[in-house]
Design a protein around this ligand. Structure first.
Ligand SMILES: NC(=O)c1ccc[n+]([C@@H]2O[C@H](COP(=O)([O-])OP(=O)(O)OC[C@H]3O[C@@H](n4cnc5c(N)ncnc54)[C@H](OP(=O)(O)O)[C@@H]3O)[C@@H](O)[C@H]2O)c1
Length: 445
């Protein structure tokens, strides 16, 4: 074969990098035949070249300095698979400034510095591909960018963190406690070393930011989102939710109000009606529902992380990068407001982030109260004073002596009213534990 050789450098050869090396090596001939090029896994950068790895890499190809790959003029595609926002940023920017194509799985870097990375790509003539950064093996980025390009997106919501979904699924199905299941998730390699990224919702928030950018062309950083994790959820909540006809899932929810030209991005545990597809996406799987104004709702389910699923997404980007290098055929660009304004030569009203207090929802409130007459009436008064209307009440015995658990659901209200309600409930002498607030997701599919 006398075709062009594409040289690929991997910065990072950990879980994802080794998966890419393994599957690219195994399926190389098939990919080469499809793409009409020769593929050379030319170099890999690691922190410790002496570490024993599951893949065999010739010693001459291992380097300790990832920047040397980013700036090597013989490398066509740089895969940043180290993680973090320090060295990973330097490596990515160096490669983009050198006009290279960077393939990345790094959602934290994108969420923090997405705008700067795309600006560097534009300036240096490089390109930045990031299919592996959201929902592992599910090709959601390609779906939003290419398959659904005809659409405007009123609502996107999804389970984007396999660790949280694994924990909530096992808590619901086995009745095992949160600490034991978290320890299992770590042992099985699902949870990040710093589990707070998963269980406090930050990983989901990073991915929500990337989806919001793809769908709406603006970068929303975490301080402009509601980000609640799953650490406050108890088995009792999962049981009460089931009684009410819901499963609990940690969801990213991206809502666009086209009339006001506003965007909400939020991450929180959500009561999802049991008959909805996403309520039945369990274990480490991810699921995303996308509501397009042309196509209606499409739903995507698959493995959201792990070596093989993530490698599949990285290799898909490598294939797109090779097509770009050999034919000049580029992927569909994201329509940013600035880009549209430039194209049409007219000012375009910038998209606003909505004040989070305006988010409307039905709510689930669990509170522990002194078990004595009149308490329910006090709580109902507080809620009514804040304009919140109760839809249903469950009362059960609490674990504490002489206390009762009250589980209330509300009719539609907003975050401002609910925050005021929770503060007022917390001040009542009859309320003995800080109330827990969850949102109910009545998304029509
Ligand atoms: N794991 C997943 O399921 C998954 C899924 C989706 C996205 N991601 C993203 O993919 C990226 C990589 O994740 P991972 O799980 O593969 O991480 P990992 O297993 O910790 O691997 C990181 C790799 O980077 C190398 N590295 C770190 N610092 C370095 C330095 N200063 N110089 C040279 N090499 C360095 C490490 O070298 P040594 O091997 O010598 O330590 C290791 O090979 C992250 O952005 C992550 O968020 C991961």
């Amino acid at each position: 074969m006398s075709s062009r050789t594409i040289r690929i450098g991997l910065c990072g050869l950990g879980t994802v990098g080794q998966g890419v090396w393994k599957h690219l090596s195994a399926n190389r001939s098939a990919l080469e035949a499809r793409l009409g090029v020769r593929i050379d896994l030319a170099k890999a950068a690691v922190r410790d070249p002496r570490k024993v790895r599951a893949v065999t890499v010739p010693a001459g190809k291992l380097v300790a300095d990832p920047l040397s790959i980013a700036t090597d003029p013989t490398i066509d595609i740089v895969c940043e698979l180290m993680g973090g926002t320090g060295l990973a940023k330097d490596v990515t920017l160096a490669a983009l400034h050198a006009g290279k194509i960077v393939v990345s799985a790094n959602k934290a870097l994108l969420c923090e510095h997405g705008a700067a990375l795309f600006a560097a790509a534009r300036k240096g003539g490089g390109r930045f591909f990031f299919e592996a950064s959201v929902a592992g093996g599910i090709p959601i980025i390609k779906a939003l960018r290419e398959g659904l390009v005809a659409n405007r997106f009123k609502l996107i919501y999804g389970i984007l963190n396999g660790t949280c979904n694994y924990i909530l699924t096992r808590m619901a199905s086995e009745g095992a406690g949160y600490p034991q299941i978290l320890a299992d998730a770590k042992r099985l390699g699902y949870a990040e070393a710093d589990e707070s990224l998963d269980v406090e919702g930050w990983d989901t928030a990073h991915k929500a930011s990337i989806l919001a950018y793809l769908a709406h062309g603006v970068w929303v950083k975490t301080p402009h989102m509601i980000v609640d994790g799953i650490t406050q959820i108890t088995q009792a909540d999962l049981k009460y939710a089931a009684t009410l006809g819901y499963g609990i899932k940690l969801l990213a929810v991206i809502t666009r109000d086209f009339e006001r030209n506003e965007l909400f991005v939020r991450v929180h545990p959500t009561l999802v009606p049991k008959d909805r597809v996403l309520a039945n996406v369990n274990g480490v799987f991810n699921g995303i529902a996308v509501m397009g104004d042309v196509v209606g709702t499409t739903t995507y389910i698959g493995r959201g992380a792990g070596q093989d699923a993530t490698a599949s997404a990285v290799i898909s980007d490598i294939a797109d990068a090779i097509v770009l290098l050999t034919t000049g055929r580029d992927i569909t660009p994201v329509a940013t407001t600035a880009g549209v304004a430039e194209l049409l030569s007219v000012p375009v009203q910038p998209l606003r982030l909505s004040p989070l207090e305006r988010i409307r929802s039905r709510y689930y409130v669990r509170t522990t109260v002194k078990d004595r007459p009149g308490v329910l009436a006090q709580i109902a008064t507080v809620m009514a004073r804040n304009g919140v209307s109760i839809e249903s009440v469950i009362q059960t015995t609490a674990e504490r002596p002489e206390a009762a658990s009250l589980i209330l659901t509300t009719h539609e209200s907003d975050e401002k009213a609910m925050r005021a309600t929770l503060n007022a409930l917390g001040r009542l002498k009859s309320v003995v534990e800080k109330p827990l607030l969850l949102r109910i997701g009545d998304f029509s599919e």
